[in-house]
Design a binder for this molecule. Structure first.
Ligand code: 5GP
Ligand code: ZN
Length: 124
């Protein structure tokens, strides 16, 4: 069984999930890269010159759930490819906001890929 596709993890798609609708092409998005198990598209409200969201095609609410299903490698690997495509050799940040205290607002696992400017640390 391929990564992130375990039937024990629940259905691949949540009919009420915005990012599942983007995976299905029902909600438009500016897609920049795809792979067998992940898809990358520009954030609607970018916080840096490059702000791309990378998500697993298989629905899971958080990065912790996707990790448990073995699906994170596909997400991180596609993010690395997008960072190369966007020529972010000066550096970039990958962030998984996970849960309410982290400000997660969409409960379909997503990696924020941010770059193209100096990024402050610590984050807010
Ligand atoms: P979170 O706050 O959950 O870590 O990040 C959710 C991100 O999804 C936010 O940065 C927000 O701008 C982005 N977002 C929310 N709705 C949409 C949408 O319909 N399309 C796209 N491309 N991004 C969205
Ligand atoms: Zn979803």
């Amino acid at each position: 069984m391929s990564p992130g596709q375990s039937s024990a993890d629940g259905p691949a798609r949540d009919p009420h999930c915005l990012f599942c609708s983007i995976v299905e092409g029902e909600v438009p998005a500016q897609v920049v890269a795809t792979s067998e198990h992940a898809i990358a598209f520009r954030d609607l409200n970018p916080q840096a010159p490059t702000h791309v969201l990378v998500i697993p095609r298989h629905h899971a609410a958080t990065a912790a759930e996707t990790a448990a299903a073995g699906g994170l490698d596909a997400v991180v690997s596609l993010a690395v490819q997008v960072a190369k495509d966007e020529e972010l050799e000066q550096g970039y940040r990958m962030v998984f906001n996970t849960g309410p205290d982290a400000g997660q607002s969409v409960f379909h696992t997503h990696l924020h890929l941010l770059g193209g400017r100096q990024l402050a640390w610590p984050p807010g």
